[in-house]
Design a protein around this ligand. Sequence first.
Ligand code: M6R
Length: 612
Amino acid sequence: MCGIVGYIGNKKAEPILLEGLTKLEYRGYDSAGLTILENENFKTLKNKGRVKELAQITNPENLAGTIGIAHTRWATHGKPASVNSHPHNDNSNHFSVVHNGIIENYHELRKFLGEHGYRFLSETDTEVIPNLIHYYFSEGNDVSKFGFLKAVKKATEDLTGSFAIGVLSVDFPDVMIVVRKDSPLVIGKGDGENFISSDIPAYLGFTRDFYLLKDYEFAILSKNTIEFYDNKLKPIQKEVTKINWDATSAEKNGYEDFMLKEIYEQPTAIRETIGNHLCSDGSLQFDELNFSKEFLSQIQKIYIVACGTAMHAGLSAKTMLENICEINTEVDVASEFRYRNPLINKNTLCIFITQSGETADTIAALKLAKAKGAITLAISNVEGSSITREADFVTYTHAGPEIAVASTKAYTSQITLLAILVMHFAEILGKNSEILADMKKSILELPAKAEQLLSDFSEIKDFAHEVYSSKDVFFLGRGLDYNSAVEGSLKLKEISYIHSEAFYSGELKHGPIALIEKDTLVVSTLTVEDLLEKSISNIQEVITRGAKTLVVTDKELAHSNFTKMIKIPETNKFLTPILSIIPLQIFAYYISKEKGLDVDKPRNLAKSVTVE
Ligand code: M6R
């Protein structure tokens, strides 16, 4: 994910910006750049590659300016290339902008600006921002710094999507303006100097005092002052937040562990993954795939192949592909698929899901499918990873780097992307348009619902405290709920070392119920409306045999005798697994913490399984 930093003060800005960018490297990026404002001119230097390569370009320039903005870019619109890197300046080089987020309506804004004589150098969505600011500043008659602020505000009013932006103007060499909506941005307050960054750790070596901007709050920074404004440009006061983190927790953005940080990053990861594939006007696009109706109509069978959590994401995609696109779909673990001589021909589409893009079995399965003549599509979270170089087609989740071994945000981003992909296929094929309208609306609401879900987890933490010494835990579910059961069970076993298994609820009586005795913990997700009564009956069967029950549901269940019930927000039925897994991730996390284990690096496991 992109990262932003900025500096205004008495010192040379360039080394401070490069240091900030280096601290943001963990977010993942493919290019970097900066703008220094000196002698009322911009020096904008950018480069595809690492921050240290950017330094090789900037260092010999002897940049003396004491105000600047800088950026690490993770390509979304336009390939990784110097011309697409940030900062982006307007045509007349009056405004320079760094941006994190996605401008969904950039096509129409480009058209509008084009009609007013603006030209674009890059393929990015961002380049519309400095030009819009220029347009509104030239249109207005307020040439004070407040006029600059008004132009930034007017420009942001035209933007649909997400953004955190830092703006410089050659006409106002003593100030920097920032604003955010749905993308992170913090302001560090120093003594005679101020900083902006995408996260707190970037400048924790310089200050411990931070202001946390809310959506549509603006700030004008000078070296000695920070003025805040609300969305109507009314001045507001903001409280400074004192940060007392040590260096290690700073890397984790204040969270105790990477896993917890990544669980909390899910609303952002989902939002970034939706990105430009699904715009708020409901239009769907996958430029990287370019599939026609003729092409998709020839597909008779889809295989989804992956390992572990990525395979579980595939289970939800199967339900969607069969029900919405009406294409026969099978899900397989890569280590089986590659050795079972699957029935493949040129009318088979094989989708390979892998967060890292480096999983040996998944890569081998892809090579086999390709050799047998299948069409191959890879879904990865890592640009340029091995699998992306092998597949016929590639599309990416934008979850940002996942460090904890237990996959969380990659999983919810994978289902999000798969859901959008399924809708794209269905739209091209002209299938089930009535389902699509609700799904589109519901996907766009998902980040906010995930945020709501994450706002208070005290109940589940307390429940984890009660049951952490369990020896066995069973997970039950029917239909899509089974997918959350199997993924919840994997999360629990891998980080808590508690024996846990997932069963289809309907299979209980065919054997597993023999394992249930007094105080056995049984976890269930109850969201599939059509199967609700049956699923509740299955839970009653284990309660009768003395089991303790944890139930995750989006339904109003007035009278229940469950030991603990966790309510999640309602969404479109196909998307429920994206929300229902979150309490189960948190549950596994707190059980592991109660047991005093290393949550991020569970025993015997590696983040990326690059050997068979
Ligand atoms: O990088 P990949 O998505 O290919 O990894 C696949 C599995 O190894 C991975 O999802 C694993 O199951 C996770 N540790 C589960 O949390």
